[in-house]
Ligand binder design. Structure first.
Ligand code: PRP
Ligand code: URA
Length: 209
């Protein structure tokens, strides 16, 4: 079973409340998602391995720690995942960014893939799949499968809001992929929307509909 981490830092929870608020306009929604993504990037990189190297300070030689191991990659699920990338790159500017385009068929709720473009060395990287919403889990599972088929086996998933159904779907299908979220909400409604959720993340991010 993969690990589920709820990023419950007070600043994340505070901003998430305004992200949920239906009266928050597109500009503020985008800015808040960006800020929360930065803070969640801090949490998701907490266990990156370190190595010790010598460093010359103005006073003496010291042993300093630097990040070692795999390089990072971010893989937003289009559209809404794109809104989390810049915030994460604030902390991990060296990460490469791949894109997976998926939309959820409104009738079947099944994901439809329309675009995949990944860095050529993706299989050597630790990839963080990012999407604000983990609802049925269909989109996240499809993205993870797309990555695994291409040999990318070091994966984490980062979402703002998840349903219990979505978390279970990903944990059942991909027990090797740890999940980081800011909130575990109550349930899905009959249209596959997360309750209480924030509505349609893509529409709120880009002002569509
Ligand atoms: C939303 C969201 C996720 C997906 C979650 O995208 O950003 O990708 O739904 O639902 P699921 O867990 O049930 O698959 P949407 O399909 O609305 O596409 P968009 O980002 O292009 O608007
Ligand atoms: N996609 C969204 O954007 N919101 C939900 O609540 C579920 C899927």
């Amino acid at each position: 079973m993969s690990k589920l981490t709820i990023c419950d830092h007070p600043l994340i929870q505070h901003k998430l409340t305004y992200i949920r608020d239906k009266n928050t306009n597109t500009k503020d929604f985008r800015e808040l998602v960006d800020e929360v993504a930065t803070m969640m990037a801090y949490e998701i990189t907490r266990d990156l391995p370190l190595e010790t190297i010598p460093v010359e300070t103005p006073v003496t030689t010291a042993q300093g720690k630097v990040i070692s191991g795999r390089m990072l990659g971010l893989v937003p699920i289009l559209r809404a995942g794109l809104g989390m990338v810049d915030g994460m790159l604030q902390l991990i500017p060296g990460a490469k960014v791949g894109h997976i385009g998926l939309f959820r068929d409104p009738e079947t709720l099944k994901p439809v893939e329309y675009y995949v473009n990944l860095p050529s060395d993706s299989a050597e990287r630790l990839l963080i799949v990012v999407d604000p919403m983990l609802a049925t889990g269909g989109s996240a599972n499809a993205a993870i499968e797309t990555l695994k088929k291409r040999g990318c086996l070091n994966l984490k998933l980062m979402c703002l809001i998840a349903s219990p159904e979505g978390v279970k779907a990903v944990q059942d299908a991909h027990p090797d992929v740890d999940i980081y979220i800011a909130s575990l909400d109550e349930c899905l409604n009959d249209h596959g929307y997360i309750v209480p959720g924030l509505g349609d993340a893509g529409d709120r991010m880009y002002g569509t509909k």
